[in-house]
Ligand binder design. Structure first.
Ligand SMILES: [Zn+2]
Length: 474
């Protein structure tokens, strides 16, 4: 076996074991640390980079060459992400956030309970309390978060980059300026819808605040829960698959309910052979969106090459999941599997532009918060958060509650932004080329052949351009 395939195999095994640990409901820090140590041993071997560079120069086999290209990036990335101190800081933040139980109404509750209140409770005081309940988590992690930013910058500078984001973006062949311009463009494109929404919110609630945002958004956006009962979720997924001539029970994908803090997850326990989708339904449209998103991950995992190095980049992975959640936002799907009255469908489809604006702006807000801190690590967290919330959400937020997610999953927001762009360019192409999306086997074959099977053998932007003739940044 070629040495690069051997390394790939060991990385694959390590990744599957990490997946298993994430799949467990309890956070097993010790074993996760053990897996991180293995990656360090593999990727931070001082001779490996030289060997990889040498291979890149002379290798003729396109698969080995591409693997070497990716391995080189993985080595650079590992020098930062798997640095012992940085890894420890980030996992400590993550562990704290995972274990945190907000205190609301005199009771410690699970994180999803807090989200439910912010999303649905008509009692403003309770929403405010739920929002503020995050504060006791933030105060003690601020110091570590700041340390992690400084350390990540320092490590990136050691690799010849201006700061940490510059290094991470370079792995995706983009620059901070490009990302900034893209965010500005998205902001401009969603300006009208968003301003109208905020204006409406202010008319209904004077002194409209962060803790009113989700509530108001879901009030305008969500279709009635009664059309989306939790008992029918799996059935609707099965029928959707049947419309594509797929029998869910014949796939190595198991769908399980799990009483967890998050709303859903997908775990590739054995690449393409044992994939688990977990979900935690409470009833309503959002549950369906989560299930289809996670199932989208599973379908992608099912067809990817059985290799660690050829797993697609995060942005593309999230895009593959978003394509599946996009299925349920089509008129055809709603008509066939939910069948509410036509005027309800129209209302919902119209509200999707608000949904788009909301997601994009929320992602951009968090991403900007993070990028600003990498630029200026001594800055006051609350002030930066206030500034970006005003800029991208149009809200004067004086609560001092910032997003801690960005410190355990750095720059992940850019992947969500790209995922939405990947989805929309693909759907545009589907409509143009195939017309019907639901129940059209050509759609699924397109995804499998062009998007899933090649994995990272082709960089994801090229893959999309090659298959659809379109670029994602239009
Ligand atoms: Zn996802």
């Amino acid at each position: 076996m070629h040495w690069i395939d051997e390394i790939d195999l060991r990385l694959k095994k390590n990744w599957e074991e990490q997946m298993f640990l994430w799949y467990q409901e309890t956070f097993d820090k010790e074993r996760l640390d053990e897996k991180a140590r293995e990656v360090r041993e593999l990727l931070l071997d001082p001779n490996l980079l030289d060997r990889t560079e040498a291979l890149l120069k002379r290798e003729k086999n396109p698969i080995s060459k591409r693997k070497a290209e990716i391995l080189r990036k993985e080595i650079v990335k590992a020098r930062i992400e798997y640095d012992k101190r940085l890894f420890a800081l980030r996992s400590e933040i993550e562990e704290r956030a995972n274990k945190f139980l907000p205190l609301i109404n005199g009771k410690e509750v699970k994180i999803n309970e807090r989200s439910k209140i912010l999303m649905r409770s008509p009692h403003r005081k309770l929403r405010k309390e739920a929002h503020q309940s995050w504060k006791p988590l933030l105060d003690p992690i601020e110091k570590q978060a700041r340390k992690s930013i400084k350390l990540a910058n320092k490590l990136a500078q050691g690799e010849g980059f201006a700061n940490y984001p510059a290094l991470i973006l370079s792995l995706d062949s983009i620059s901070s300026d490009y990302l900034f311009d893209l965010c500005l463009k998205i902001k401009k494109n969603t300006e009208g819808v968003w301003k109208k929404f905020i204006k409406k919110g202010r008319e209904e609630i004077s002194g409209f605040q962060m803790y009113d945002l989700r509530f108001m958004f879901y009030k305008f956006f969500l279709p009635p829960d009664s059309y989306f009962p939790k008992e029918r979720m799996i059935e609707s997924l099965k029928s959707t698959l049947e419309s594509y001539e797929i029998d869910l029970s014949s796939l190595p994908i198991k769908i399980e309910t799990q009483d967890m803090a998050f709303s859903g997850g997908c775990y590739n326990l054995k690449m393409g052979e044992d994939i688990r989708v977990t979900y935690n339904p409470v009833g309503g449209y959002m549950d369906y969106r989560v299930l289809f998103h996670e199932f989208g991950h599973a379908m992608h995992y099912l067809y990817l090459p059985k290799s660690f190095l050829l797993i697609d980049d995060q942005s593309f992975k999230e895009g593959m999941a978003d394509i599946w959640s996009g299925f349920i936002d089509t008129r055809e799907w709603l008509q066939e599997f939910i069948s509410p009255p036509e005027d309800k469908i129209d209302t919902f489809l119209n509200a999707l532009t608000l949904d788009e604006a909301f997601r994009f702006r929320e992602f951009i807000c968090e991403l900007s918060f993070e990028l600003e801190l990498y630029k200026n690590p001594e800055a006051n967290f609350e002030k930066i958060w206030q500034a970006v919330a005003k800029e991208y959400l149009g809200i004067e937020d004086d609560s001092g509650i910032w997003s801690e997610f960005v410190f355990s999953a750095p720059l992940y927001m850019k992947d969500y932004i790209f995922a939405k762009l990947i989805k929309s360019v693909t759907f545009r192409f589907f409509r143009k080329r195939f017309g019907e999306i639901m129940g059209n086997r050509e759609i699924l074959d397109f995804l499998i052949e062009n998007y899933y099977k090649p994995g990272n053998l082709i960089p994801w932007r090229e893959k999309i351009e090659g298959a659809t003739g379109e670029r994602i940044w239009t």
